[in-house]
Write a protein that binds this ligand. Structure first.
Ligand SMILES: Cc1cc2nc3c(=O)[nH]c(=O)nc-3n(C[C@H](O)[C@H](O)[C@H](O)COP(=O)(O)O)c2cc1C
Length: 257
């Protein structure tokens, strides 16, 4: 078995040097990544590349001005895209009916796998990448800013550039047995859950996180500070609204909340 350390040795890179990533190299990476597996070989996805500094700065507020944007050589918005396929159907005397949850999921899978193939290839070529999950928080203004037609949905943004320094720390992962089950799901006792999360909880950075946020447990940092429902709810409603406005069925009640 080869390359088994490939992912355990990589880290997200949030600060980039001023070394230029050539357009030719970026294009080559995107072209290679576009061979990613895709639902029914429909390629329900699109990457919008932003390279001009002023254009990156226009996107930055929608990503809450995350620092990685300001030094990135390129900012790539990976989108779910049923629109292009529908257009092809329309000019081919075929009637598309893709604005439903299954096609939406297919387009999200395609966009996500495209993005990850790009990240893996970029990292193998000495670049650093950072995903921005903030994309779906502000899908509507990002779509407007990138001039996306209805049916093209910003899913994930990736910043890319040559790493500024090699001081990124390994964020660690749960032991493999936490995320892999065999034959059927192995239900956990409380003590088994505690054992699986013990190493993560005892890391110095986790302890610091708890202290800095004045919490008792690491889980509380996630529930109360990082991802509280009260913060996610308005973004969820806005995203459902965006999908509803694009004609995707099934999001009316969510967007009316
Ligand atoms: C869908 C997704 C969204 C993410 N969003 C952000 C983000 O908005 N900002 C950020 O700095 N990192 C983001 N990340 C990177 C994660 O924080 C990172 O992968 C995780 O902490 C593990 O660290 P590692 O990649 O260095 O192993 C995101 C990763 C994924 C997969």
């Amino acid at each position: 078995m080869k390359y088994l350390d490939l992912f355990s040795q990589r880290t997200t890179v949030r600060s980039y040097s001023d070394r230029t990533l050539s357009t030719a190299d970026l294009d080559s990476l995107l072209k290679a990544a576009s061979h990613a597996p895709t639902t029914g070989n429909m390629q329900l996805c699109t990457a919008v590349v932003t390279r001009e500094r002023n254009e990156i700065e226009l996107l930055a507020p929608y990503h809450f001005n995350q620092p990685c944007l300001h030094t990135a050589q390129a900012v790539i918005t990976f989108c779910a895209d049923v629109y292009r396929f529908e257009r092809w159907c329309a000019v081919s005397n075929a009637k598309p009916d893709f604005r439903n949850l299954q096609s939406l999921l297919a387009s999200f899978f395609d966009a996500t796998i495209f993005a990850q193939q790009f990240c893996t290839l970029a990292e193998l070529n000495g670049l650093g990448t950072c995903y921005l999950g903030t994309t779906t928080y502000n899908a509507a203004p990002i779509a407007k800013s990138l001039n996306l037609p209805e049916g093209v949905i910003p899913v994930l943004t990736v910043t890319v550039g040559y790493p500024a320094e090699l001081t990124q720390t390994d964020a660690g992962r749960l032991p493999a047995e936490a995320v892999v089950h065999h034959s059927s799901y192995r239900h956990y006792t409380d003590s088994e859950i505690c054992a699986l999360y013990k190493e993560k909880e005892s890391r110095p950075d986790s302890q610091q996180f708890i202290k800095d946020n004045n919490k008792e447990t690491l889980a509380q940092v996630f529930t109360d500070i990082r991802y509280p429902g009260k913060t996610s709810d308005p973004f969820s409603v806005a995203f459902a609204d965006f999908l509803n406005n694009a004609g995707f069925k099934g999001f009316e009640s969510y967007s009316n909340e």
